[in-house]
Write a protein that binds this ligand. Structure first.
Ligand code: MAN
Length: 350
């Protein structure tokens, strides 16, 4: 399978041991799926830090934020018949689902886009309120004029939805209420309004009829979204047969809006592909890659917290050069360069 990513020789750029845990008693299990943006002449990553609790034999511990925003540890004996723990990421206990880790978002910056250091003058962003009790994840950062729109996955016992916070200075944040209710994630706001309206890609999931597809929505204010349309479906027999989801904000090219997305198959192997939307009417999908543009191949992509995963929700553009930052094996933060023209050349038009 074709893979046109030029991976950084320095990969992985960040590993769990590189950042301290947020609280005593927690361990950093994974650093993954960063949003990326430019601010004050630097390249920034807003990294998902997934934390768990040290496990002891015979017992399973998992964290959750309580009503006051503090981490509380839930403990279940491994032999409890009400426990189903077959996926490294999720636990089912007494018929309710929990995560094995709780994620928050941390800011790092870099002069060269390769060597990143934590920037503690901007406080980490944690889940707030009952709809973010199991944490916040996979933040996309879209900039429109001076405002940065942070769209992220908000997880709680009520489900997985999309949260929004905005900022102009990375010191004060305004939190909107949940903008897209469960089950929904992978929301990326376009960085330009089209005919006066905000647009976003998002990924609702339907358990019975339908599936895990990429949708488009529009909004007057980036908070209230409507006119939902389904754009991209999974393709039986291909690398994106089980789920698809948007990466970072679409890239405005001469040919239209180019979106890098992830696709997974039934074995949970996550690859990246691309599709192109019409410049004036993004509900029109013009082309899509049949082959992935990036496939997990390196050791750090094949083996980790959850192996065979390359997943991106952050990039930086400089002319034809697209630098994607990605989560590898749900454990490490990595980087790769692409040529935008080369990606456009892999698109297959309808
Ligand atoms: C999936 C995975 C996890 C994530 C949950 C909730 O199970 O992507 O990493 O924590 O969804 O979003």
């Amino acid at each position: 399978m074709k893979d046109i990513a030029q991976r950084f020789p320095q990969n992985p750029l960040l590993m769990p041991k590189d950042l301290p845990p947020s609280h005593e008693g927690l361990q950093v299990i994974s650093l993954l799926n960063p949003g990326a943006f430019r601010f004050g002449g630097k390249v920034w990553l807003i990294v998902r830090v997934a934390e768990g609790v040290a496990q002891k034999e015979g017992v399973i511990f998992f964290p959750a934020l309580n009503a006051t925003g503090n981490t509380e540890i839930i403990e279940v004996p491994l032999n409890d018949p009400d426990l189903i723990a077959t996926d490294a990421r999720v636990i089912s206990y007494k018929g309710l689902d929990y995560l094995t880790t709780v994620s928050h978002l941390r800011l790092l910056n870099s002069e060269d886009g390769v060597h990143f250091a934590e920037y503690t003058a901007i406080p980490s962003l944690f889940g707030e309120g009952r709809l973010e009790r199991f944490g916040i994840e996979d933040c996309r950062v879209s900039q429109i004029n001076d405002t940065y729109y942070l769209t992220y996955t908000a997880v709680s016992d009520s489900g997985v939805g999309v949260g929004l916070r905005t900022t102009t200075n990375w010191q004060q944040f305004e939190k909107a209420e949940m903008i897209l209710p469960p089950h929904n994630k992978d929301c990326a706001i376009f960085e330009k309004k089209i005919a006066g309206k905000f647009y976003c890609l998002h990924r609702p999931s339907s358990k019975e009829i339908g599936g895990n597809y990429i949708w488009l929505a529009e909004s007057p204010d980036a908070r209230h979204w409507g006119n939902h349309q389904c754009l991209i479906k999974t393709r039986p027999g291909l690398w994106d047969s089980a789920r698809v989801g948007a990466g970072a904000a679409p890239i405005r090219t001469e040919k239209g809006w180019l979106e890098i997305y992830h696709g997974a198959d039934a074995t949970h192997r996550y690859c990246l592909g691309a599709f192109l939307m019409d410049a004036d009417d993004p509900s029109k999908v013009l082309a899509r890659t049949t082959e992935p543009i990036m496939v997990p191949t390196e050791t750090y992509e094949l083996s980790g917290f959850f192996g065979y995963v390359v997943f991106t929700n952050g990039h930086i553009i400089s002319g034809d050069r697209l630098t994607i930052y990605y989560g590898a094996a749900d454990e490490y933060v990595c980087g790769a360069h692409f040529s935008i023209n080369e990606i456009l050349g892999m698109l297959v038009y309808d």
